[in-house]
Design a protein around this ligand. Structure first.
Ligand code: PLP
Length: 446
């Protein structure tokens, strides 16, 4: 099957070379490492991925929300090469270098709210999450770490404990560090069976009630939340939710940690998604994925009085803020800043096309997202909202066979998600929507 951008050259997907490498993967790689699309990549440029069989896929996964300005932007490539010719790893904690400072300076300048001016750089997002909890505890000398139902924060032990979903993330790995959950504003499936806006954001009031209870009064150290619950199904809370949550955190002297690992770096049309909701001012920002230009780079950034609480030597790591990652980051962040306005064009086109699809396919229960972070929650019946997980997987597979890479997510595994490059050309985006529509037709008529 061949169209202008996505084009399938092999008889089957995966093609023969990918299938062969797939066998090697089974022999060598632990089963726990799941694969979204069993095609092995040979080259990537802009919004296109080419596999070892010559198949070309329009990339709506962006390496799980990392390549926010596409694959291998020439400026990022040049910055990486220039840095590699100077030095690769002196380790910032042994002999520091300037680019680490410049990344911290950039994040401080762009950080949401006010006063988030000091950072530590790490590699994976999960590391930044772990450290945000460590630093909060050191700062306020309290222990209880809270997160939201439907949240995802990574796979290391504390990040995993803060994550909500059991299968496949948490099952079998316990005991995990002690953490606590509160409800997220998942209005499509309200945990309190209420309706927005008449609910008055009762879910946020419940947090206040919980922290005022004898079990938790004076004991809560931090609350971590994604502005949009990404892995949980691109759940967008009402605009009043986070401003209210931030206020409750302040009232209880709880550090509000804003996990922007997936939603940040321009993805939603603002540098950080939480900026869509004035008044939702975090105390700590955790960033990763899109800030690194494709390299492993994450950051924990907060107010000086919080960030400077831990003793000298208590924070860091061998590779955190690697010089090549910093060079890639500085270059990528500049491209993001210049192109963030384009997100509304991406969003306008996607919303229009997704709404047209929803009119034709009742399986599309809800269209959700902000900017270039859009998803469809699939249900087998719009009235009962029975999650259609099998169909979400089938749509993803049908799209792949037609030359489009999309991902699935959701607490109930029934959400199709897309995070294209924020500079994906309009004709590539149009074609991706054509392919998605064809995939829905195929799955719903089967
Ligand atoms: C919101 C959020 N937090 C944390 C993480 C963990 O990041 P990493 O996989 O880089 O450890 C992710 C990864 O998907 C994420 O989406």
């Amino acid at each position: 099957m061949s169209s202008k951008y996505g084009s399938i050259m092999s008889k089957e997907v995966p093609g023969p070379k990918s299938a062969e490498l797939g066998k090697l993967r089974e022999r060598l790689i632990a089963k726990g490492v799941g694969i979204v699309a069993p095609v092995f990549i040979d080259r990537a440029e802009g919004s296109l991925l080419t596999d070892v069989d010559g198949n070309v896929f329009i990339d709506m996964g962006s390496g799980i929300g990392v390549t926010n300005v596409g694959h291998r932007p020439p400026e990022v490539e040049a910055a990486i090469k220039a840095q590699a010719e100077k030095f690769i790893h002196p380790c910032f904690q042994v002999t520091p270098y300037e680019s680490y400072l410049r990344v911290a300076e950039k994040i401080a300048k762009l950080a949401p709210g006010t006063g988030l001016t000091k950072s530590v750089l790490f590699n994976a997002g999960a590391e930044a999450v772990e450290n945000s909890v460590k630093i909060s505890r050191h700062f306020n000398k309290k222990a209880a770490a809270f997160s939201f139902n439907h949240g995802f924060h990574g796979r290391t032990m504390m990040a995993l404990a803060l994550t909500a979903k059991d299968m496949p993330y948490k099952a079998g790995y316990g005991p995990l560090p002690e953490t606590y959950k509160v409800e997220f504003a998942y209005c499509y499936r309200c945990p309190f069976k209420m309706d927005y806006p008449s609910c008055g954001i009762a879910c946020a009031d419940k947090i206040d009630e919980t922290w005022t209870s004898p079990q938790f009064e004076g004991k809560v150290s931090s609350l971590i939340g994604e502005p949009i619950a990404g892995e949980g199904g691109f759940i967008v809370p009402p605009k009043e939710f986070y401003p209210k949550v931030a206020k409750i955190c302040k009232k209880h002297n709880v550090v509000y940690i804003d996990d922007e690992i997936q939603t940040g770096a321009g993805r939603t049309g603002k540098m950080w998604c939480v900026e869509h909701w004035p008044g939702a001012e975090p105390d700590i920002l955790v960033s990763g994925k899109g800030i690194g230009g494709g390299f492993p780079l994450s950051a924990t950034t907060g107010r000086p009085e919080i960030m400077d609480a831990p003793q000298v030597g208590g924070l860091g790591g061998t590779f955190g803020g690697n010089p090549i990652a910093c060079a890639a980051s500085l270059s990528q962040m500049e491209i993001i800043e210049k192109n963030m306005d384009n997100v509304k064009n991406i969003n306008t086109l996607m919303v229009k096309r997704l709404k047209e699809m929803q009119e034709k396919h009742s399986i599309i229960g809800e269209i959700r997202g902000i900017g270039a972070m859009m998803a469809l929650e699939l249900v087998s019946d719009p009235t009962t909202k029975e999650p259609a997980a099998k169909e979400a997987g089938a749509v993803k597979n049908a799209a792949l066979k037609r030359g489009l890479l999309i991902l699935t997510c959701g607490t109930y595994n029934n959400v199709v998600r897309m995070h294209p490059s924020i500079i994906m050309p309009q004709d590539v985006l149009e074609e991706s929507m054509d392919i998605l529509e064809g995939s829905f037709k195929e799955v719903t008529s089967a």
